[in-house]
Design a binder for this molecule. Structure first.
Ligand code: ADP
Ligand code: ZN
Length: 618
């Protein structure tokens, strides 16, 4: 692997000082910026010298300039491969505003607009041409491009080419052929997040040979990061956090469409400027809401991860994860959307053990090749290790991305209030023994009752573990069970919506029994606790845990169905019926018919679809 260069431009400038000077004056004249930032200068110098490069710059690090400037200075047109049409349109519009000749070719454009772009290209009028990967790799497009001089080819979001990345897109694979088709054209692979393995893969897939690699520091000193375990679904907590930030613009990420809709609605009811955004909304609505978000000072977007790449709003003051992301890459990219103007901003992540169990379950169900599934579960574990960890959060992220000699940030929750560690090894031993004695058949509630010596003892009373934990509160046991799950000592089986807990890694459990492995519970002082016991009860009690996930799937289905029929969702089925289906998991039509709210008509109309959805959750 080529050496990683993290030098700044003064060192790198020497070989091509003249042209870099030209780039700097272009930067001032066209873009109005005083000087290059971070690694922009060395990356640009590399391209100006006609060499390919791989650059990893954090979100907001100014990746676009790395190819825009050399494309304008070198003869020929710079081809930019980008995965999102909306993003291309924005960039082309922004460049046109600056008087830069840029065009795009994408399937969203009318034919005559595309023809116009081709004509400008052939007349040598364009500096930049934006295309999607699948658009570019069509034979006739490549053929036409071969007949015009190219200044460079930039591959944006290059991590999409790698299975080891967090957003693999098969259509990126074909881009490897560019190396042969345009052997003399320097290529630039760009991404905001790629660990060492992903970088290696990008290099191989895109045939970058020994191209120089530029990896910027992932330091984001303006970001203050916080994370806390949820109590319940954590929705009230999100509400109060957003209310406390009233007047500021932010993004709230939730894991499902229905979660997004619900939160947006509740925030709206509190008088906050909040809108929902997810892939289930039609294109126009999404476009309008994005425009609203960008143009409004105090706009709060509640979104699924569909609201992602290309959100270039400089003054986003907070990103709140109502549900946790799926990897450290995704986490960093998402919280990274706050504070792009360099002013103080916050990233707050709420997470719970059922989120973890569900994410793992989703991976299992996705039917991926085994190594892929294992990798994704590992990424998930690494994220939870970071969320649960005692150390500085940005420092952990930076180490994850391969930075060394990282110092604590001084502004995350862990730095501000170093958690107090309590040795809970003894309690963990009790919990593990109880789970072992109960034979892995029971869920949390029953295990906690057993430890406390509550409930209907029956045969359990005879077990030596009955009531051995009565000195600890039920809440503390719950937290400890979560910790055991996070640490991989116990595992949760969905079991038809009634999750059971069992011992997981036998070696590790043994080490805890023997006291060789100590467990420390962290409690961070000074954080306000989520409001307990004040939970507003809605008419329908939303299910919890795995039931909740199915419930939300059912609600998404209902929304689509309602949309298709042009009816309000509750005409299809009520919340109570959906909750009952999520809880009872009917296996056949007669089971389904016994659910309150499912009559013969609904059974005929929706029976098969509902049973299929439920079966998908086995
Ligand atoms: P990325 O794609 O890496 O997330 P962008 O290329 O969209 O970042 O740039 C992020 C923001 O930083 C933009 O608003 C851009 O105008 C600004 N920017 C880029 N380079 C510079 C620079 N050298 N000086 C000042 N601002 C810059
Ligand atoms: Zn810190």
């Amino acid at each position: 692997m080529a050496p990683i260069r993290t030098l700044d431009f003064r060192e790198a400038a020497a070989p091509s000082a003249v042209t870099l000077e030209a780039a700097r004056s272009l930067l001032r004249r066209v873009f109005g910026h005083v000087d290059f930032r971070g690694l922009q200068a060395p990356v640009i110098a590399e391209l100006l010298a006609g060499r390919s490069a791989l650059a990893v710059l954090p979100t907001g690090g100014g990746k676009s300039l790395c190819y825009q400037a050399p494309a304008m200075l070198r003869p020929g047109v710079g081809v930019v491969v980008s995965p999102l049409i909306a993003l291309m349109a924005d960039q082309v519009a922004a460049l046109s505003q600056l008087g830069v000749a840029a065009g795009r070719l994408d399937s969203g454009l009318p034919t005559d607009a595309r023809e116009e772009t081709w004509a400008r290209l052939q007349r040598g009028e364009l500096d930049l041409l934006y295309v999607s990967p699948e658009g570019l790799m069509q034979g006739w497009v490549l053929e036409r491009l071969r007949r015009v001089p190219l200044s460079l080819i930039a591959v944006d979001e290059a991590h999409c080419v790698s299975q080891w990345g967090h957003d693999f897109r098969p259509e990126y694979r074909a881009l490897g052929r560019l190396a042969e088709t345009f052997a003399d054209v320097p290529r630039l692979a760009l991404t905001a997040t790629a660990d060492a393995r992903t970088r290696e893969d990008i290099r191989r897939q895109l045939q970058l040979g020994d191209a120089a690699e530029f990896v910027a520091s992932f330091s984001r000193p303006e970001l203050a990061l916080f994370a806390e375990r949820k109590s319940g679904r954590g929705r009230d907590r999100v509400l109060s956090m957003v209310k406390a930030r009233k007047g500021r613009s932010g993004i709230v990420y939730a894991g499902s469409r229905s979660g997004v809709e619900e939160l947006a609605e509740r925030l709206g009811a509190e008088g906050l400027a909040a809108k929902a955004y997810h892939a289930g909304l039609d294109r126009d609505t999404r476009r309008d809401r994005l425009a609203w978000f960008l143009d409004t000072d105090d706009s709060v977007m509640v979104a699924t991860i569909a609201f992602g790449m290309g959100i270039d709003k400089p003054d986003v003051r907070f990103v709140i994860h109502a549900d946790p992301p799926s990897s450290i890459e995704a986490y960093w990219q998402e919280v990274g959307r706050a504070g792009r103007d360099g002013q103080a901003a916050e990233g707050v992540t709420l997470y719970g053990s059922s989120d973890f169990a569900w994410a793992a379950e989703r991976i299992r169900r996705a039917d991926l090749p085994e190594d892929q599934a294992l990798l994704q579960v590992r990424k998930l574990r690494q994220l939870y290790a970071l969320l649960e960890g005692a150390g500085c959060r940005p420092a952990a992220v930076r180490r994850y991305f391969g930075e060394t000699e990282v110092s604590p940030c001084g502004r995350c929750d862990r730095c501000l209030a170093p958690p107090v560690g309590t040795d809970v090894t003894k309690a963990a031993q009790k919990a593990l023994s109880a789970i072992h004695r109960l034979g892995g058949r029971y869920g949390r509630g029953r295990i906690i009752d057993h430890l406390l010596g509550r409930g209907d003892p029956g045969r359990e009373q005879a077990l030596s573990t009955f009531g051995i934990g009565s000195e600890v509160s039920a809440g503390a046991w719950r937290a400890l069970l979560d910790q055991l799950l996070f640490e991989g000592l116990i595992a949760e089986t969905p079991n038809d919506g009634r999750p059971t807990l069992d011992l997981a890694d036998a070696e590790a459990v043994l080490a805890v029994y023997r006291g060789e492995r100590r467990l420390t519970a962290l409690s961070a002082p000074g954080r306000d606790k989520p409001a307990m016991g004040r939970r507003r009860r809605t008419a329908v009690e939303a299910p919890e845990g795995p039931d909740l996930a199915l419930y939300e799937v059912l609600r998404d289905w209902r929304r689509d169905e309602a949309h298709r029929l042009g009816l309000p969702p509750f005409f299809v089925l009520g919340n109570a019926a959906l909750a009952a289906i999520a809880r009872d998991r009917p296996r056949n039509r007669s089971d389904l018919a016994s659910v309150d709210g499912v009559g013969q008509t609904k059974l005929d109309r929706y029976g098969d679809a509902l049973l299929a959805l439920v079966r998908g959750y086995d």
